[in-house]
Design a protein around this ligand. Structure first.
Ligand code: ADP
Ligand code: 5GP
Length: 199
C-alpha cells in the first residue's frame, strides 16, 4: 500500500487553522488523519492530552529531541516548543491516510524540504491584522501577554506566505474549508491509480 499525502496548514495563530481542520475531518472522502504534535505548553480551554496535542514537560520534550523522535520541531514562542512526532507520521500515512498537520511556518517549510512532492503546503491568511487580533481575543483562552507574543509574530509569518504551495484567505469559514477541500481532492486524484487505497 502506498503512503498517503502530507497536508501542511500554517498561519499566524488565531487565523482559524484548528477550526478549518475540525471541519475538514468531517469529510470521509478526504481520508484525513490528524498529526497530533507534542508541545511543552499547558492545555488551553477544553484541550485533551492525545487529541489536540501530547502535552509534555519541557524536560520530556528535550529528551524526545535527543532520542530522535521528531521529524521536525521548533521553539515557536520563546520557552514553548512544538514538534511533529515520527510515530504520528508513520501511524497515519502507513495506513494510506492523508496526514494533515497544523504547524508553524518554519516547520511547514521544513516538512516540504523533507517530503518534497509528497507534501502540499497551504498558508491560511487572515482577512486583516485587525480581524486576526479580534479572533485571538474572541477565542478567550489566552492571557494578554500570550496574545501580544502571537500578534508580534504575525508579520514575520505572513512574510513567508509566498513560499507555500497554496494560499487561502479565511474570511468566511465555510468558503475557506471548501477551497482547501478542493485542493486536497485534487492532490489525492493526482496520485497514480496504484497509490489509491481501495475501500
Ligand atoms: P488557530 O488554530 O489558527 O490558532 P482557531 O481555529 O483557534 O485559530 O480560531 C481562532 C478564533 O477565530 C476562534 O475563536 C474561532 O472560532 C474563530 N474563527 C475561525 N475562523 C473564523 C472565521 N472565518 N470567521 C470568524 N471567526 C473565525
Ligand atoms: P497553538 O499554541 O496555538 O496550538 O499553536 C501555536 C503554533 O505552534 C501554531 O503556529 C501551530 O501551527 C504551531 N505548531 C503546532 N504543532 C507544531 C509542530 O508539531 N511543529 C511546529 N513546528 N509547529 C507546531
Amino acid at each position: 500500500m502506498e503512503k498517503g499525502k502530507i497536508i501542511v496548514l500554517s498561519a499566524p495563530s488565531g487565523t482559524g487553522k484548528s477550526s478549518i481542520i475540525k471541519r475538514l475531518m468531517d469529510y470521509p472522502e478526504l481520508r484525513l488523519g490528524f498529526s497530533v504534535s507534542a508541545t511543552s505548553r499547558a492545555p488551553r480551554g477544553t484541550e485533551r492530552n492525545g487529541v489536540e496535542y501530547y502535552f509534555i514537560s519541557h524536560e520530556e520534550f528535550m529528551s524526545s529531541v535527543e532520542a530522535g523522535a521528531f521529524v521536525e520541531w521548533e521553539e515557536v514562542y520563546s520557552g514553548t516548543c512544538y514538534g511533529t512526532l515520527k510515530s504520528e507520521v508513520e501511524r497515519v500515512t502507513d495506513a494510506g491516510l492523508n496526514l494533515i498537520m497544523d504547524i508553524d511556518v518554519k516547520g511547514g517549510l521544513n516538512v516540504k524540504k523533507t517530503f518534497g512532492d509528497r507534501a502540499i503546503t497551504i498558508f491560511i491568511l487572515p482577512p486583516s491584522k485587525e480581524e486576526l487580533e479580534r479572533r485571538l481575543r474572541g477565542r478567550g483562552t489566552d492571557t494578554e501577554e500570550v496574545i501580544r507574543k502571537r500578534l508580534d509574530k504575525a508579520d514575520f509569518e505572513l512574510s513567508h506566505a509566498p513560499e507555500f504551495d497554496e494560499r487561502v484567505v479565511n474570511d468566511d469559514l465555510e468558503k475557506a474549508v471548501e477551497e482547501i477541500r478542493g485542493i486536497i481532492l485534487r492532490e489525492d486524484k493526482n496520485m497514480k491509480p496504484a497509490e489509491q487505497v481501495v475501500g
